[in-house]
Design a protein around this ligand. Sequence first.
Ligand SMILES: Cc1cc2nc3c(=O)[nH]c(=O)nc-3n(C[C@H](O)[C@H](O)[C@H](O)COP(=O)(O)O)c2cc1C
Ligand code: SF4
Length: 369
Amino acid sequence: MNTNNNNNDPFSPITIGPLTLKNRFVRSATWDGMSFSDGLFSPAQVELYKQLSAGGAALLTTGYIGINQQGRRNREQNMLCNRKQQQSFSKVIEVAKNHDTCIQAQLVHCGGLADSSISLLPVTAPSAVEHPLFEQIPQALTKNKIEMIITDFAEAAARAREAGCDGVQIHAAHGYLISQFLSPFSNQRDDEYGGSRENRARILIDCYKKIRDYVGHDFMVTAKINGSDYFENGLECADSLLIAQELAELGIDAIEVSGGNQISDPLTPIPKAIKAGENELPFANEIYAFTEALSIPVIAVGGIRSREMVEELLNKGVSLISLSRPLIKEPDLINQWQNGREEPATCNSCNRCFIPAFKGKGIKCMQKK
Ligand SMILES: Cc1cc2nc3c(=O)[nH]c(=O)nc-3n(C[C@H](O)[C@H](O)[C@H](O)COP(=O)(O)O)c2cc1C
Ligand code: SF4
């Protein structure tokens, strides 16, 4: 049973690894479509993080940041592969920390979901398999390439640390590269990176270990993982839980539990039509199973909309509450809740905020008032 959260007040501080967070709210990783095409952070992102920092959440997670060009998915995607990108990130970090707020960089390789028209490189994945999510059959990664990717994750983490970040989050969820390795459906390898649970998890475990080697222990490292992929022959909760336990034994600071990918409708990572008090927290079973079994802090994400849900999660031992879309619609929601607002988030989970982002104009709430 998780005993990390022994005070259920959502506005009480909590220690996560080397950090003391001022409250229990996290801004979940949210790609904002506002970066420059060379991966640099833009002035629009400095403004966005100023606003998020002032809004009350204790920990801000960036949108997914690419660790190398081959794993890139979007033109407007931040990258952490060189010094210039690192320096532009520093400007965002500086404003993000304005209000006693911490920031972690989410690191990703998109694997079979990378876009070769943007990366200008072949798409790679654990195995050369047809997959309903992939636009083409990817090239299977060689062992040498896998080792290079692990080093790229560690180097990007070191850059995040040097840029002033408080931590990094390994993106191991939602069908991107590490998630593709974890899932038997997309990982059909017969070497030490495929087959058994231990082998499928090797890339994640090695990434974590190498990141630690590069950043040390006084820097927060977390991972976001699917509690379940929710499709046949995908990652299942029993395996996901054992992988998280191994990460916990190795010293990871917290695990964010998400779920699904675009072919697991309706249990997709960004579930639609969530209504406060009706169908919040679609990944509840897995989130509570993780909370019960892990000795490290669990971060709950996915369709959390009401104060009642927040309280229930904290009462059941979850340490942190992670929100994405509610903070697109109402960046100061946490402050409002702290100041006594009772009403739930007004985001209706329509996902129309992606529309301007896919046109290169950045995410923006499109809900009619
Ligand atoms: C516009 C947008 C971009 C997102 N980008 C990311 C991302 O870069 N990395 C990630 O792990 N999740 C991403 N997510 C998923 C969120 O972090 C979160 O897991 C999901 O939206 C469910 O939480 P919510 O109901 O509070 O929105 C994104 C969600 C949205 C709406
Ligand atoms: S467009 Fe607005 S209401 Fe709809 S999901 Fe996005 S933030 Fe929520």
